[in-house]
Design a protein around this ligand. Structure first.
Ligand code: ZN
Length: 392
């Protein structure tokens, strides 16, 4: 309650000052005489931890004097921040019902009430208020930002696109990478329905608004792969390295599958070697290890993994080394190796595979939108232990 008191004490003092000034001016005597003591009555309720009674007093006060609108806005805002959304709603609804509010004051109250509704999870009601604000062109940017949050929550991607474009036009801040994700969301729905032609058209839109949109690249590759056009798919997948090599791990299985279908293992090995020399990526290293094991022998694979581990110690590499050694060794060190293998596998199973660069949230699956901070494209695959060097 201390925060409330700090807010209201100067207001009470100010309203007393206003009241005194008005009395001196000799106008509106009744209202000024009522305002000052009523505030202290309200403060007293707050002091005694009776916020509902305090609200009653402040709401009544508003009927007497509309100079206190700012205080009511601040009070409602404070209740919302404290998580007391119902009280915030009561104050802001009461404000809006006042016929004496100026156009700007009413708009401010609408914005606050909309935020209360959002906090309470009443998205339909919040949406109506924010739409009204954009129509009357007051607090439009804040209203559009809130609408964008609501439409993302409700996965209404068409509306997300509309609002993001309006917002971008009004405040000049680029939302292109987010807009690209909205196109990808639409494309994924179309792919699910089997409408790949429209999906491809939309994914190309995503790439035209954001040339770095990896997600659209991967989706376009998947579409070609599902049509068994592996050569086209490979051409697309190869863009991932240029866009952001941190996501190579997402395409390695598809590279193996596509080159396998074409029947060109030599080209696969060649491309993986190029990727590995440029990025030292663990998933690429593991794929190369499989090829070396199949083409040469286990000890060559062990040598290769050892070389990798010396330059870039990581858990996945270590796990592979132990597995290879188990295949290779006789019965002597076997037991200890098996124990180590189990331990490492257990550690790996517990490790998250993706982490948000913005808020640190980690997960086992890739979320294009971080579930914690709601940023788009902020979750990236963790390399090895997550502490190795990262390109770009
Ligand atoms: Zn995050």
């Amino acid at each position: 309650m201390l925060e409330l008191l700090l807010l209201l004490l100067p207001v009470a003092a100010a309203s007393g000052w206003f009241a005194a000034r008005r009395s001196e001016a000799g106008r509106d005597k009744t209202s000024s005489q009522e305002v000052f003591p009523a505030y202290f009555k309200g403060l007293n309720f707050l002091l005694n931890e009776q916020p509902d009674k305090a609200i009653d007093v402040f709401v009544k006060l508003l009927e007497v004097d509309s100079d206190t609108v700012e205080t009511h806005l601040a009070l409602g805002n404070l209740f919302r921040r404290r998580g007391e959304v119902e009280r915030a709603i009561r104050i802001h609804q009461n404000l809006i019902a006042r016929p004496t509010l100026s156009r700007e004051q009413r708009a401010q109250a609408l914005l606050e009430l909309g935020q209360d509704y959002m906090r309470a999870g009443l998205f339909d009601r919040a949406e109506n208020l924010f739409v009204e604000l954009t129509e009357i062109k007051l607090h439009s940017e804040q209203a559009l930002s809130n609408l964008l949050v609501i439409y993302q929550q409700e996965k209404e991607w068409d509306r997300c696109l509309e609002v993001a474009q309006q917002l971008q036009a009004s405040d000049g801040h680029s939302l292109q990478p987010i807009i690209a994700h909205f196109y990808c969301e639409q494309a994924q729905l179309l792919i699910k329905k089997g409408n790949t032609v429209s999906a491809i058209a939309i994914l190309k839109k995503a790439q035209s608004v954001d040339s770095g949109c990896i997600r659209s690249t991967i989706l376009l590759g998947e579409i070609e792969k599902s049509k068994d056009d592996c050569r086209s798919a490979l051409k697309i997948y190869k863009m991932v390295e240029v866009q952001d090599s941190a996501y190579l791990t997402e395409i390695v299985p598809s590279l193996i599958e596509c080159y396998g279908k074409i029947g060109d293992r030599a080209a696969l090995k060649d491309y993986l070697k190029q990727l590995y020399s440029r990025h030292r990526d663990t998933s690429v290293m593991l794929a190369l290890t499989d090829i070396i094991t199949a083409e040469e022998d286990v000890s060559s694979a062990v040598d290769f993994v050892l070389q990798h581990l010396k330059a870039l110690p990581d858990l996945k590499g270590l796990d592979r080394l132990v597995t290879l050694n188990l295949q290779n060794s006789g019965s002597n060190p076997r037991e200890s190796m098996e124990t180590l293998n189990k331990a490492v596998a257990l550690m790996l199973a517990r490790q998250p595979s993706y982490q948000c660069e913005q808020c640190g949230f980690s997960a086992k699956t890739l979320h294009w939108q971080c579930p914690s901070c709601n940023n788009w494209s902020s979750m990236k695959p963790i390399r090895g232990l997550g502490c190795g060097p990262r390109e770009k």
